[in-house]
Design a protein around this ligand. Sequence first.
Ligand code: DGY
Length: 337
Amino acid sequence: MFNSFLFLSSKAYNPSMEKQKILVTQSILNNGIEILENAGLEVEIWQEKGPISYEKLLNMASDKVGIISMLSDRIDSKLLENAPHLKVVSNYAVGFNNIDVQAASKLKIAVGNTPGVLTDATADLAMALLLNLSRKIRPASENVKNGEWINWEPMGFLGKSLKGKTLGIYGLGRIGQALAKRCTHGFGMDLIHHTRSEKLMGTKVDFETLLKTSDVLSIHCPLTEETNGLFDYENLSKMKKDSILINTARGEVIVEKDLEKKVNEGHFFGVGLDVTAPEPMSANSSLLKNERVLVTPHIGSADYETRAAMSELVARNIISALNKAELPGFVNPDVWN
Ligand code: DGY
């Protein structure tokens, strides 16, 4: 994927001096760590179970030139201002809503992310949630596990065919397009979408039409002021009663208590969530007790190949930034202007 192996330039790396330090806020696959160490950097990894606390992060960032952060880490202006040596934050995710990018740019700190490498994995997961719900795989499997499989049932576990149904995508970026290809080419669905830019695929519709017409609606937008809480009670009510809703983007885009209310009212054939707000979701949520709802713990990018590519990319981001070279995943490319 990357042709050139960027070592730190002699200006950035002087072996006679103390090594520059990088913090990794959770264990990741080792290939990225090796890249950093081979470039002469000292890598400190937060190894404890669970996310690093904000206070701990604040403390550990103080002597680092780079941070590889997780999407659960709050990288705010206070943290950035309290890290006098910090030159780069490389987020182990394509989404970067956990980082105050404006504050980073003001402090001339480069911000990196991992676009491209997790597109297919996330689209695969959205597809897996969709097929699981449309064919009632989980309740059917539980029926077998519970010893309730008595005979071949002509009326048992009747699902919903995807063929000829309308797929609505909210946010037709890389991941949205990858899901759209799977659903249209593989499953004969028709595509409509609501997205900011012009796209050649399917039919662009207004948001209202997307809500009212989609048999399956999959959310693939970033979390912004505009999308935060967009799928509230009113908008969820506009969706077809027997539609399937999938969210592999960010939990905050859906108002969870409103979704809970709609599901409890009998709305939706299925709801598949790989993301929730908060994360982790409360184990007491009534959504978890409903057999029409399937929740996974934010595993969109979780296959070995993808996580290895992400590990490499976050490391390349760090090395590029320390060399003041263009980051392969550059969130604030005007940072040094
Ligand atoms: C991302 O990269 O933003 C995903 O949510 C991680 O799986």
